[in-house]
Design a protein around this ligand. Sequence first.
Ligand SMILES: *Cc1c(COP(=O)(O)O)cnc(C)c1O
Length: 431
Amino acid sequence: MTTNAEAFDRARSVIPGGVSSPVRAFGSVGGTPVFIARAEGARLVDVAGREYLDLVGSWGPAILGHGHPEVVARVQEAASRGLSFGAPTLAEAELAELVRARVPLAGKVRFVSTGTEACMTAVRLARGATGRDLVVKFAGCYHGHSDALLAAAGSGVLTAGLPGSAGVPAAATAQTLVVPYNDTDALRTVFAERGHEIAAVITEPAAANMGVVPPEPGFNELLRALTTAAGALLVYDEVLTGFRVSDAGWWGLEGHTVEPDLFTFGKVVGGGMPLAAIGGRADLLDLLAPLGPVYQAGTLSGNPLATAAGIATLTLADTEVYARVDAAASTLADALTAALTAAGVAHRLQRAGSLFSVFWGVEEPVRDYASAQRQDTAAYRAFFHAMLDAGIALPPSAYEAWFVSAAHDDEVVGRIVEAFPAAAAAAVSSS
Ligand SMILES: *Cc1c(COP(=O)(O)O)cnc(C)c1O
């Protein structure tokens, strides 16, 4: 047994910041990160043996709860047959079929290991397909850490306060046009001026990496109309929302009203293993090597343990699972609003399906990155630590969505709700 502080010291001496991904270091909430020893259902256990109820869910993948016995059994079974072959497997076709059954617009699917790779590949594919260079992204949307997409990105980049990143050459983002989310005028202007040079618009169809910022009515429809008119492609980055906010992600929840050309998936589709995907129109996907001229590859792409976890997760994530996740999210969001209101904490809670987050010290709707940044992160810091002291692990940044799972049953949800009033009081005294 060791303490988190001892673990952090040891990790920091060999790993930059002690972590393999920046937000885990608690930089924006302060304090010592919790080092996890194991997790089961809605519970995490740290290296000191302390238990927490988890609202991070590995940042999305754990929709069934941690270590679902059937998922673990499928992975163990796969592991017993070998860890990696560097050759095709039928499990890849099976997982691609499961994806296509839920999102029929994903006529073909290519597997990679991370959401970063999926988005990077989608952009390359769009450029290869159109013969154009410009890519439009929205400020505060996060599409992984590839150079071209690290302009005004959300998630860890946002909380770390990095303006983008050192080490990204200006040339790498020179072909990336950044537009405010939900800003239809700015979008129309960009298309009026440069539409014929634009390869693609990449968007989080419901943004959740600057806090949760849903699209305003008609926004995604406008994206489709402008891209179609300009001969550009529309990429729905559903790495976070895919197979989480509904069985067919945001596209499904939206009611199939917008038909993107390409999708990127990650997180849930890999069931907690390193797996992500690009899906979309078959004629576009067939432009990827070996059939087409757009190169993409990966030693561990379509890894058999990862595909086993993905197949098991998508198979188990049925209507009941989504209903449970929605119900748990609703109860938590309503109770949180009530507790903050009762304590007199100015806040704005926003939802996109089962995803939600709170903007602290803000009451007007948050519709873009600029309005998201008006929040008071000191209030969240106090709230976060009061919850952690009560044994509840929230995302260690005010700019992240809260994630629930099917393992968040009434008892778990009830225990989280019970902790809200004291944490809300702590948030008040911080400001
Ligand atoms: C998490 C995320 C990514 C990046 O995925 P990684 O697997 O962390 O590389 C890309 N886009 C969105 C919308 C995400 O939420």
